[in-house]
Design a protein around this ligand. Structure first.
Ligand SMILES: Nc1ncnc2c1ncn2[C@@H]1O[C@H](COP(=O)(O)OP(=O)(O)O)[C@@H](O)[C@H]1O
Ligand SMILES: N[C@@H](CCOP(=O)(O)O)C(=O)O
Length: 319
């Protein structure tokens, strides 16, 4: 359960006094999530999510994430709105942690992704990229090539205990990516972790985009590659081409993809698969003591990587 820091009623009440949101009527820890402690809070003024940022969140990055959400929400995108306190600050401290109150968004995340969900995702992703063109802050992607190299070194001793030969596969892939990774594609601010658990739907309409805490400045098409990996494979790791094609088709209908971006999709998908393989492998080999969160299976992303390595041209991903 992703509640690492407990908040008692006195502490909560003193915290809420700093805001214009009324008093608490319900306060419950949320079981989902991995990185931070999240509570569902109901007050006499509405419904909110209270997040306490845990050790992996760099406090210096928090204004970038919160301002990104605020920018999107102000632009009509279905992103949470960080609530400002009576002094105008959206970032606070609670129980010794940086903390923030954000608006609660309706909708449910899907486990069984369909073509229609992927079409909606493509459209919303492009709208988000368009909106973020006017978001002026930047944050380098620390989980790109350099970050992957560090994770590969940090996991090399344990990799083969998870799957025989995994260390070699990872280092060979890194070498390929380092020599071929694109550098001139359109870039901007991206979500970089838009997995199904971070998108809320009502039917097939997207009503929430959440968890912007891997947001960064990178190639826009890399965000598409993250989504293809997360949304377009079945539980048995079979690639679902129609889903990917609906995703890219609807993305392109909102923000036209250049020929160079389309050509780069196979390598961007390989990079995105390696990124989640490595972070999952690291978490698998270094479980957090006392956390009830079960590490996610790194091998799901080895299978995706192997699929993308076998792709011969972009026709697998685009109409
Ligand atoms: N703004 C929001 N509106 C509704 N539910 C939310 C919101 N933010 C987070 N949640 C809920 O909290 C869970 C964990 O949030 P998330 O940001 O994904 O945490 P973590 O960063 O720890 O992975 C989500 O799966 C969702 O159920
Ligand atoms: N999406 C990542 C894990 C990050 O967890 P989140 O709950 O913060 O999205 C993965 O699946 O490896």
């Amino acid at each position: 359960m992703a509640v690492y820091t407990q908040v008692d009623d006195h502490t909560l009440s003193a915290f809420l006094d700093m805001y214009d949101v009324g008093t608490a009527t319900s306060f419950k820890g949320i079981a989902e999530g991995v990185e931070n402690s999240n509570y569902l809070l109901e007050t006499t003024g509405g419904q909110f999510i209270l997040t306490l940022y845990e050790k992996r969140a760099n406090p210096a990055d928090l204004p970038y994430f919160l301002d990104m959400m605020e920018h999107l929400a102000a632009d009509g995108m279905p992103a949470p709105l960080p609530i400002r306190d009576k002094t105008g600050a959206s970032l606070q401290t609670l129980s010794g942690r940086p903390a923030c109150l954000i608006s609660f968004l309706r909708g449910v995340s899907v486990n069984h992704m369909t073509d229609a969900h992927c079409a909606a995702l493509g459209e919303t992703l492009a709208e988000m990229h368009n909106s973020l063109q006017s978001y002026t802050q930047t944050r380098p992607n620390d989980l790109s090539l350099k970050g992957w190299q560090k994770l590969a070194s940090d996991t090399q001793n344990g990799a083969d205990s998870v799957e025989a030969g995994l260390k070699t596969i990872i280092f060979n892939e890194l070498e390929y990516l380092a020599s071929n990774w694109p550098s001139n594609l359109p870039s901007g601010n991206i979500h970089a972790d838009l997995f199904p658990d971070n998108v809320l739907f009502t039917g097939t309409k997207i009503t929430g985009l959440i968890d912007f805490y891997f947001g960064c400045t990178d190639m826009l098409a890399y965000d598409i590659a993250v989504c293809i990996n997360a949304w377009c494979f079945d539980a048995d790791h079979t690639f679902q081409a129609t889903r990917a094609k609906r995703l890219t088709e609807m993305y392109d209908s909102v923000r036209r993809l250049s020929a160079a971006e389309i050509d780069a999709l196979p390598i961007l998908c390989r990079g995105a698969a390696l990124r989640f393989l490595l972070t999952r492998l690291y978490d698998w080999l270094n479980p957090v003591k006392g956390a009830v969160v079960r590490p996610k299976d790194p091998l799901d992303y080895l299978k995706r990587l192997q699929f993308h390595q076998s792709v011969k041209d972009t026709a697998s991903y685009v109409v």
